[in-house]
Ligand binder design. Structure first.
Ligand SMILES: *[C@@H]1O[C@H](CO)[C@@H](O)[C@H](O)[C@H]1NC(C)=O
Ligand SMILES: *[C@@H]1O[C@H](CO)[C@@H](O)[C@H](O)[C@H]1NC(C)=O
Ligand SMILES: *[C@@H]1O[C@H](CO)[C@@H](O)[C@H](O)[C@H]1NC(C)=O
Length: 199
């Protein structure tokens, strides 16, 4: 159950599944003011494009990260002329490849994005993604705040341009997530996989 919810907040789009099952695991309560989260200065929308691998994830819905059956997924950002991104997320689920697409539109500060057409996602009242730190060619630290009905979800993600999580990136991620208020049990570190995410 927790796994489905995780994917929901990872990609949002599993929401209907959760609603249908009627089971929601209420996450550890956290209150985070977006203004406290670092924002990459002079965000370069062009250079952020392309494929990223999710090397590590922290969420307030994750209870025991070491128990996670979640696998590495990839998210590819395509920049549109209107400065929005189409984001294609791929992962291996069961025996099939799961592929989901969403569109993120620029928010009031560069490097921050909102979900486009939020009304098309029943129950989702807010979805904000903030690029906190990135050097574009190696890593990105991302913060997402999402509200589903009365429940707030927070997520920190470490994206890498390769699937390799080195000690330095791991430390940066832990510092970032800890500063936000996550503990080690909320964190998942992904092993590299090949199925589905390579192309
Ligand atoms: C977040 O912090 C800013 C600046 O400190 C403040 O102006 C704003 O009211 C806060 N927002 C919420 C929802 O607490
Ligand atoms: C977390 O998961 C690990 C691996 O499955 C398990 O050994 C450990 O007992 C779990 N811890 C808690 C607090 O549930
Ligand atoms: C983004 O998605 C829209 C709608 O499917 C499509 O028309 C557009 O070509 C896509 N943009 C890019 C850069 O792939």
């Amino acid at each position: 159950m927790a796994l489905d919810l995780l994917w929901l907040s990872l990609t949002l789009l599993g929401i209907l599944q959760i609603q249908a099952s009627g089971k929601i695991h209420v996450p550890r309560s956290m209150k985070i003011n977006l203004s406290k989260i670092h924002l990459e200065s002079n965000f370069n929308e062009d250079r952020f494009q392309g494929k990223w691998y999710a090397l590590a994830v922290a969420e307030n819905t994750i209870q025991n990260g070491s128990d996670s059956q979640f696998q590495m997924y990839s998210s590819t950002f395509y920049l549109n002329d209107d400065h929005s991104y189409n984001v294609t997320t791929k992962r291996h689920k069961g025996r099939v490849c799961d592929c989901r697409i969403m569109t993120l539109v620029p928010s009031y500060v560069p490097g921050q994005f909102e979900l486009d057409n939020i009304k098309c996602y029943p129950g989702i009242l807010l979805y904000t993604m903030r690029v906190s730190f990135t050097n574009y060619n190696q890593y990105a630290l991302i913060f997402v705040k999402m509200q589903f009905k009365h429940i707030l979800f927070y997520e920190a993600t470490l994206y890498g341009r390769t699937k390799h999580l080195n000690a330095d990136l791991k430390d940066r991620f832990i510092d970032f997530a800890t500063f936000i208020g996550f503990n080690e049990e909320n964190m998942i570190f992904h092993d590299p996989v090949e199925e589905c995410i390579d192309n």
